[in-house]
Design a protein around this ligand. Structure first.
Ligand code: ASP
Length: 349
């Protein structure tokens, strides 16, 4: 395939994960950004690559503070004219880290998160193809303005909707609510749909990420752990309720008390669709919980709502401003009567 005459400049930032994991007695992150790039000679024809190793961790050990630092690095790179950025990391928390980057980085240049389900010691590791594909997307003008995307298994997913849906399969990443935004075929980047403009957080400097807990509901749970949780220093709570946003009646009272003390966001454990606001009327229903001061998570799942709430609380000391900041993110996920999508650029390949 003919490549563009002038190669794009792409920054690859490595954070660890399976894509970088080797070893004979249990693989652990060992390979750096340079190692990953050198293993894929085809990258040289796609872009001029700069490599940075920022962390070398299993992705469960990354923190939102790490992502604030990464967001700063990406903003600086975009300001000095880099055309796109690829982040390589573990897949376990990619659905959260990509959304955090989407909220923290407001640049036209594509920000692409990728990784691998099969490590480099296996017979058919997927890391090299994922890295090559991610760099193609980061280098493509078609992907400009998409915000942060996850590129895995030749598909392009919006950070706000992508989820890890399988423990080991190379097709683990999906956007069950919407499908992928696009794909890469024979090296060509195809974008079939674009998201509504996300409400992002302006400055990341000095951001001190707030601890926010997730509490998942289960059949017969009486919420006894919640009471203890409230005195552990969390500054917000996300409830992963049943169905359209419901909890057992036994949990309602403690949740109402929590909501008087901190922002408490109601989400659904189903993972697709938005929580309702005015359909059911029983104790513990969505309308009951919202009337008791819980905030609707809208179409955010619990993990993405937690990321948005942590960052929203971090941006202001004013509790109601933090709530408004969270709600602005939530309400910007879709085109709910908002502006039309920008015109798409043309992929020269
Ligand atoms: N299983 C993980 C991965 O795919 C490990 C991690 O998230 O670091 O990279």
């Amino acid at each position: 395939m003919p490549e563009a005459a002038t190669r794009a400049r792409v920054l690859v930032v490595a954070l660890g994960g399976t894509i970088a994991s080797t070893g004979s007695a249990g693989v652990v992150p060992r390979l750096g950004a340079r190692d990953l790039i050198e293993a894929v000679p085809a990258l040289g024809a796609v872009a001029e690559i700069e490599a940075v190793g920022l962390r070398q961790l299993p992705s469960g050990d990354l923190t939102l503070d790490d992502l604030v630092a990464l967001a700063r690095l990406i903003r600086d790179a975009a300001a000095r004219g880099v055309d796109g950025v690829v982040v390589t990391q573990g897949t376990d928390t990619m659905e959260e880290s990509s959304f955090a980057l989407d909220l923290l980085v407001d640049v036209e240049a594509p920000v692409v998160v990728t990784g691998a389900m099969r490590n480099p010691t296996m017979a058919s590791p997927d890391g090299p193809n994922n890295l090559l594909t991610a760099v193609r997307v980061a280098a493509s003008p078609v992907a400009r303005g998409l915000g942060c995307v996850v590129v895995m298994n030749d598909e392009v997913h919006a950070a706000r909707f992508v989820r890890k849906t399988h423990t080991t399969g190379v097709g683990a990443f999906a956007s069950p609510a919407t499908g992928p935004l696009g794909w890469v075929s024979e090296g060509r980047v195809r974008v079939a749909s674009r998201c509504a403009p996300l409400r992002r957080f302006g400055s990341v400097d000095g951001l001190d990420v707030a601890p926010v807990a997730i509490v998942a509901c289960a059949l017969g749970d009486d919420g006894r752990g919640l009471e203890a949780l409230l005195s552990t220093g969390y500054r917000g709570l996300v409830v992963e309720g049943f169905g359209a946003g419901h909890v057992p009646a036994a949990m309602v009272e403690v949740l109402a008390r929590a909501a008087a003390a901190m922002p408490v966001v109601l989400t659904s454990r189903t993972g697709v669709g938005e929580v309702l606001s005015s359909t059911y009327g029983f104790v513990g229903s969505e309308s009951d919980l919202l009337a008791r001061g819980l905030l609707s998570g809208g179409a955010l799942d619990a993990r993405k709502a937690r990321v948005a709430l942590s960052l929203a609380i971090a941006t202001t000391a004013d509790a109601s401003a933090a709530v408004r900041a969270f709600e602005a993110v939530r309400d910007s996920l879709t085109f709910a009567g908002g502006p039309r999508p920008p015109e798409a650029a043309v992929d020269p390949s």
